[in-house]
Design a protein around this ligand. Structure first.
Ligand code: ADP
Ligand code: MG
Length: 356
């Protein structure tokens, strides 16, 4: 619940910022104030913000976009027993399962992007993810012996893809897929596609911090996207100015419990099965929300230096990494990152990696 409230706050802040940008255009008669609709899907607050004037066609488009996200939750959720992912996990170690061509493609594409991350993003992390309960403040720390057993199944070679019959399987009985770090991004991309096909020209879709933008604002004004302060609830730490594409954030404040002063959060290091240490929040800008979602999780696991190296190596990808320094929060910002205000109280470490 606390988590949902937190997400609601994030959404409210993003919304407030976008609304602010729009308010400055108040003199344009053909550009009415943005309106937004929110719904809880995929265990998070999904907000769709639109700029078109009110009409039945637009209402229907927004409704169809929400339905699209619900459809994808039904297909990709690890929590719903009827999803393709649950079917694959149920039959781990025995047989390949027929899945929808779309599930097959999402998994294949996710695997492709994972390859860039040097094992930091790993959908077979499900084998250890299921040993944790990050929804519950009183949850125990996962048992080390169980984690070690689970880790032997965290391996991309566990995934068997039959492209001809669109079947997917897992080699070992203890293996499990978890698309939690990619499904929301994919769903946001698909929701935007639905809006566009139904005639919406300008919109923002936000699923708990995974954002995709549609169209350009009137007068070419940029979108202002606030990044939530990872340590001060309700505050914005930075504002990005973006004209298209997607922005996703992964943080250790999303789903976690604290034990003896240590935070156990939901982004796991696939090599240890333990929460990834060092970074507190990563924001990635990319062309699609799927890429941004995957890369924000991966960079979180890689840590500040390796993570920023990856961002700088990738074409059309930018990002900010916040991490804990000896005394205060520090950050690394990629060379082309579109910060809206250049100065703030944070210490910025300039990073000069070669861009290929
Ligand atoms: P959020 O879901 O809060 O936006 P992320 O996009 O970072 O955060 O995704 C975290 C989710 O991804 C976890 O809840 C889990 O389902 C999955 N996950 C955790 N660690 C990894 C990892 N190393 N690789 C791939 N998926 C992961
Ligand atoms: Mg992610």
């Amino acid at each position: 619940m606390e988590n949902k409230l937190g997400k609601l706050l994030t959404t409210a802040f993003v919304t407030a910022l976008v609304a602010l940008a729009i308010a400055r255009l108040g003199t344009l008669r053909e550009n009415p104030l943005a309106r937004h609709r929110s719904r809880i899907i995929m265990d998070t607050v999904v907000t769709i913000q639109i700029y078109e004037s009110d009409s039945l066609q637009i209402e229907r488009a927004v409704e169809a976009a929400f339905s699209e996200i619900e459809r994808l939750e039904g297909m990709l959720s690890v929590w719903l027993p009827s999803s393709d992912i649950s079917k694959i996990n149920d039959d781990a170690g025995s047989s390949l399962v027929s899945v929808s061509p779309e599930t097959w493609q999402v998994i294949a594409r996710t695997q492709e992007i994972s390859l860039l991350t040097d094992g930091a993003f790993e959908i077979t992390v499900g084998a250890v993810m299921r040993l944790w309960d990050f929804q519950n403040q009183g949850a125990p720390i996962a048992d080390q012996a169980a984690l070690q057993r689970g880790l032997s199944f965290v391996d991309p070679h566990q995934v068997l893809l039959d492209s001809i019959r669109t079947k997917i399987g897992l080699r070992g009985r203890g293996a499990a897929l978890d698309l939690g770090g990619a499904a929301k991004g994919y769903a946001v991309d698909k929701a935007v596609e639905v809006l566009r096909k139904k005639g919406v020209k300008t919109a923002l879709v936000d699923a708990g911090g995974d954002i995709r933008l549609l169209g350009r604002k009137p007068l070419g004004e940029t979108w202002k996207i606030g990044i939530r302060h990872p340590r001060a609830q309700g505050e914005i730490i930075e504002v990005l100015e973006v004209d298209s594409g997607a922005v996703a954030t992964s943080g250790d404040y999303e789903r976690y419990f604290d034990r003896d002063g240590v935070r156990y959060h939901h982004i796991l290091n696939p090599k240890t099965g333990m929460p990834a240490r060092g970074v507190v929040s990563v924001t990635i800008l990319a062309k699609t929300a799927l890429e941004a979602d995957i890369l924000s999780t991966a960079v979180f696991v890689l840590g500040p230096e390796k993570g920023m190296n990856l961002i700088e190596q990738l074409n059309k990808v930018e990002g900010i990494i916040y991490f804990e320094g000896p005394e205060k929060l520090r950050r690394l910002v990629s060379s082309g990152c579109p910060l809206s205000k250049k100065e703030n109280e944070l210490s910025t470490t300039p990073f000069s990696a070669r861009r290929s």
